[in-house]
Write a protein that binds this ligand. Structure first.
Ligand code: AGP
Length: 602
């Protein structure tokens, strides 16, 4: 997810672009840049790091007082977050500049074609293909037509703002990524979301997919990609800036919980083919005798689920270790080991330490990371980026479900490249069904909110699950602990009778993961044991399961999924439960006490 901003009017564009990008910084913050158009020439300034770094660089640059320009703050998807990969990107003659939010899925094929035609690329990004593609169709006086022809051959998602040295206009193009126009008095803005517009104007036009807009100081025109002119209604913004940055949600955490269907679709995007899984790296699983998963916190819990997934699909034995424990015990590791390192931030000190320990002892390493270009992402031998977009809330939510998705993809990839290759294509199609199933669970948010009112006065809680639902219980308990400050413990359900059952009474809420799988009957018995001791049962159950519903005091219904996929569904109500309990206690959910989004200390 990146932030795009464009301005055309009568004021100096540079400071307006920087202010707009700052409003969009939460969408991506690893590099930034602007391009100005003056006297038929393009002037640009780019920098890695935050927008403040770009701002100080601009102070020393010899940029003109142009009144037309575009800007971009990046969340890297292809190519490290360096200055050269920062947007805008240019054609060979520096007559075209493009800023882009989204992923061009067919960029490799287009890049090879353009290179064969003599185009020279400067960056590793997918975006740069756009500027050279427009150049291919541009003949010096057909800017709009050249853009139209270029977007016709693109596959993937793109929100674009494009300028050309010879024309006093911005062309905005939308397909799959958001773009909104701000209509001022003899000035027009384009941005990734209205947060960047509201300080200039409340009159906005939301572009729809397959629409492009031509913006100039004389006004604007909106067309379909095929050139059909469209009349668009100007809307009046009602939100505050803060509300807009959160997409209308009260907190980033809630926004990120609701983003999970799209985030999982992004993790899957471009990696599923008709006969299996493809990655940008190649890995021969035949050398792998053992897999070690290393991580901390929520990422460790997704690793526990990864053990079930990888062992079941590949037959390769998997160990999961807390990174902090692994790195200090002089672990037994050798060249036949594959270490999978999981980290949303890619900066967790203990995880980085464990990675270095595993590498030093001869293991091959793979990283499952969200932040592109992060330290861990650069340290591993090969990587799988989540493409989940920035996770701003301290409590990890969409990263967890996307990590499980990535582990499934990796397991299938390993299996399909083994000698005894088989790929259960039905399983892969169930995987693609997940985003729709998550929407179904998210529609029960109000019911979870009501249940939260019952739990919010508790001082303790137990989360119980079996099999792949045991790590879900651990994750649900962590969510409640870290944002509501209620002590909660995740436990294997069968282990309850070996001690924790002494805690059960009418004041102890017990959250059961009770969806149908191999151990479903056993979970029902565990629920009976809690009920017999007056424990309050809150259960996650399959929609058609009256038995479990009758045993629960409160329940949330979720669609059925096989046990390797059900954790991605079953964790959603637990994320929402922790969120609503914390909100009802008046806690700052996005910044809970004592915590940081990235634990770079040991
Ligand atoms: C999760 O909600 C916590 N914020 C924390 O446990 C986190 O998962 C852990 O610090 C690991 O972070 P990482 O995934 O960025 O390495």
């Amino acid at each position: 997810m990146c932030g795009i901003f464009g301005y055309i009017g009568s004021k100096p564009a540079s400071s307006i672009l920087i202010a707009g990008l700052k409003r969009l910084e939460y969408r991506g913050y690893d590099s930034a840049g602007i391009c100005l158009v003056e006297n038929q020439e393009l002037f640009n300034c780019k920098s890695s790091g935050k927008i403040a770094d770009l701002e100080s660089k601009i102070l020393n640059a010899k940029l003109p007082q142009a009144t037309l320009g575009i800007g971009h703050t990046r969340w890297a998807t292809h190519g490290e977050p360096t200055e050269i990969n920062a947007h805008p990107h240019f054609d060979c003659k520096k007559e075209i500049a493009v800023v882009h939010n989204g992923i061009i899925e067919n960029f490799q094929a287009l890049k090879s074609l353009l290179e064969k035609e003599g185009h020279i690329f400067a960056s590793q990004t997918d975006t740069e293909v756009l500027s050279h593609l427009i150049e291919k169709f541009y003949s010096g006086n057909n800017f709009e037509k050249a853009v139209q022809e270029a977007v016709e051959v693109l596959e993937g998602t793109f929100g674009l703002a494009i300028v050309c040295n010879k024309e006093q206009k911005i062309i905005a193009v939308k397909k799959g990524s958001p773009l909104v126009l701000g209509i001022g008095d003899k000035e027009i803005f384009v941005a990734s979301d209205a947060a960047a517009l509201i300080s200039h104007t409340k009159r906005v036009i939301y572009l729809e997919d397959n629409e492009m807009a031509m913006l100039s100081t004389d006004g604007f025109a909106v067309k379909k990609f095929d050139g059909t002119i469209i009349e668009k209604e100007i809307q009046e913004l009602k939100w505050s800036v803060e509300q807009i940055e959160k997409g209308g949600f009260e907190h980033f955490m809630l926004k990120e919980i609701f983003e999970q269907p799209q985030a999982i679709a992004n993790t899957l995007r471009g990696r599923l083919s008709s006969n299996g899984v493809k990655f940008s790296f190649t890995l021969d699983p035949c050398f792998v005798k053992r897999i070690i998963i290393l991580a901390c916190g929520t990422s460790y819990y997704s690793g526990l689920i990864g053990k079930h997934i990888i062992e079941r699909i590949t037959g390769i034995p998997v160990e999961v270790d807390y990174a902090s424990e692994f790195r200090y015990r002089n672990p037994l590791v050798n060249e036949s080991d594959l270490a999978i390192v999981i980290s949303q931030s890619g900066e967790t000190a203990d995880t980085l330490g464990a990675l270095k320990t595993a590498k030093a002892k001869g293991a091959k390493t793979i990283g499952i990371v969200n932040v592109v270009g992060s330290t861990i992402a650069r340290e591993v031998d090969a990587g799988i980026y989540l493409h989940a977009g920035p996770e701003i809330g301290v409590a990890s939510t969409k990263a967890f479900t996307c990590q499980i998705t990535a582990l499934i993809l990796l397991a299938v990839y390993l299996q399909q490249n083994k000698d005894d290759c088989w790929v259960d294509l039905n399983f892969l199609s169930q995987l693609q069904e997940l985003p729709n199933q998550l929407q179904e669970v998210l529609s029960q948010a109000e019911k979870v909110k009501n249940i939260a009112q019952i739990i919010k006065t508790s001082t303790n809680a137990l989360y119980l699950g079996r099999g792949t639902n045991y790590p879900v219980a651990l994750e649900g308990a962590l969510k409640l602990k870290e944002i509501s400050y209620i002590h909660a413990e995740g436990y294997p359900a069968a282990e309850m009778k070996h001690g924790p059952i002494a805690l059960i009474d009418e004041n102890m809420p017990v959250v059961f993961l009770a969806t149908k799988d191999e151990t479903y009957e056993k979970i029902l018995s565990n629920m009976q044991e809690v009920k017999a001791r007056k424990g309050k049962i809150f259960a996650i159950v399959n929609s058609d399961d009256t038995l479990a519903k009758n045993l629960a005091d409160e329940f949330i219904e979720v669609p059925f999924a096989v046990d390797l996929l059900s954790p991605i569904i079953n964790v959603i109500p637990l994320q929402l439960l922790a969120y609503y309990v914390a909100v009802s206690k008046g806690i700052d959910v996005d910044k809970p006490r004592n915590l940081a989004k990235s634990v770079t200390v040991e």
